[in-house]
Write a protein that binds this ligand. Structure first.
Ligand SMILES: [Zn+2]
Length: 449
């Protein structure tokens, strides 16, 4: 049963908040300055952490006279946020905080984000912009497979869909077979999930004999919350027969909704009326001019409960301030394929897991299901092993064909990334699947000391 008809032609470039998303830059910068000044005042008055830091640096709220003065303010790191666990960064009393979310906190305490009612409304507006930039309207059925809970993905995309007036299916992660059944029965036209889970869903659909082009209504997808490569994006688009949009967000800033792609897919539009962006040299902290690659630093401009000054994202990107073909004037960030925190150093070679993924997907018949294992043996040398699944076709050709793919990947990793890795090509569906963020890297070096 088809409940709603899909909307065709995403290049029509719908814009949710035309006033703010297409605001001329001088006007936008004036608005940013007003909002920055108010944010700094509130941080200084209400958050002891910021008052102490600003006093140390000898900077007062009234010193923020132009946007460039943001560089006078202290940075905030993930470490600072954990040190102030759980509520010490909040600028509002708990009576005004109506919801909490938190990061996964796999290494120590999580980062806790608080929201006032107004913050939640802002967030829904931002996600409404994300959906609208992908052509989603009230005629769409949104299948939301992001996890509901402390993680910001599920509820963020939930309330944004309601804001747009689309029909939301709050399915969350898990029960993969049922998810595919619901795609068919509810006529889902939009998918929201992590990229890795989108592939798991595609695999399940294929197993159930579903032709995604013929049997499903799916048209677009919004993917993020983990680094993914352009090759992976292509795989998702082909396997699900959809247009994939990259989204970006951080629990520390608001969750998803910081930036997202438009139909031109040439960088992610940052919602600059809510977030002030800078690029810095990660080693010296020096501010770099727009267009120079560096670490992205973000300041919240409208958040009430949990304002953040100059948050160091550890994400490396390039900011482009030119007006986009879609009509938006907001700056675009180039897609992020890895965090500086995720960078592996293997025998002195710096490498992002996403770079390894790109090489894997350049080899025919290898699938975007892989695990990277780094260990240090008795020789105290880093040892890299990559386990990767092959296609059903290759598997059926037998051991010799799999060995060939293994050697091909080994050669490519050496030539492209200067890595010497042991490769193990395994059969389809042998590696563990994740219903949320995929665990791609297992680093055993810390344990072997
Ligand atoms: Zn655009």
């Amino acid at each position: 049963m088809r409940v709603k008809k899909p909307v065709t032609g995403t290049k029509q470039c719908l814009i949710w908040d035309r006033e703010h998303e297409t605001m001329p830059r001088p006007k936008l910068e004036k608005l940013q300055l007003e909002r920055l000044q108010r944010t700094v005042e509130r941080c200084y008055e209400r958050v002891p952490f910021y008052r102490e830091k600003m006093d140390e640096l000898g900077v007062k709220p009234e010193d923020i006279v132009t946007l460039k003065d943001v560089s006078k303010l202290p940075f905030t790191t993930k470490y600072d946020l954990r040190e102030n666990y759980p509520f010490k960064m909040f600028a509002e009393p708990m009576e005004r905080v109506v919801r909490l979310h938190a990061s996964s906190g796999t290494t120590g305490k999580p980062v806790v984000a608080g929201y006032t009612a107004k913050d939640l409304d802002t967030w829904a507006e931002l996600i409404a912009r994300v959906y609208t930039s992908g052509g989603v309207t009230n005629a769409d059925v949104v299948h939301n497979a992001y996890g509901y809970g402390l993680f910001t993905g599920g509820m963020g995309f939930h309330y944004g869909a309601e804001k747009v007036g689309a029909t939301i299916v709050p399915v969350s992660g898990g029960l993969t077979k049922r998810q595919v059944m619901l795609w068919q029965d509810f006529g889902a036209s939009v998918l929201c999930s992590t990229p890795s889970y989108a592939l798991v869903l595609a695999e399940q659909a294929a197993e159930m004999g579903i032709d995604t082009a013929r049997d499903l209504n799916l048209r677009v997808g919004f993917f993020g919350a983990e680094p993914w490569t352009l090759e992976m994006k292509k795989e998702i688009e082909e396997k699900l027969n959809i247009e994939a949009f990259d989204i970006y967000g951080l629990t520390e800033l608001i969750g998803p909704g910081v930036s997202s792609e438009c139909p031109y897919h040439d960088g992610l539009h940052i919602n600059e009326d809510h977030f002030l962006v800078e690029t810095i040299d990660p080693d010296t902290g020096e501010v770099l001019p727009p267009g120079t690659p560096g670490e992205m630093v973000l300041t919240s401009l409208t958040k009430e409960a949990f304002p953040v000054l100059r948050f160091r994202t550890r994400d490396r990107t390039i900011i482009n301030q030119e007006t986009c073909a879609c009509g938006r004037t907001t700056a675009r960030m180039m897609r992020v394929t890895g965090r500086t925190d995720d960078m592996l150093i293997i025998r002195g070679v710096n490498v992002f897991p996403s770079q390894i993924e790109s090489v894997i997907l350049s080899v025919p018949h290898l699938e975007p299901q892989y695990v990277i294992v780094v260990d240090r043996g008795s020789t105290h040398m880093d040892d890299l092993e990559v386990l990767v699944e092959c296609s059903e076709d290759l598997y059926n050709k037998g051991a010799e064909a799999m060995k060939e793919a293994q050697e091909h990947l080994s050669r490519e990793l050496h030539q492209v990334l200067a890595l010497n890795a042991r490769i193990k090509v395994v059969g389809p569906k042998t590696l563990q699947r994740s219903e949320g963020k995929a665990k791609r890297v297992v680093d055993l070096r810390e344990l072997s000391h």
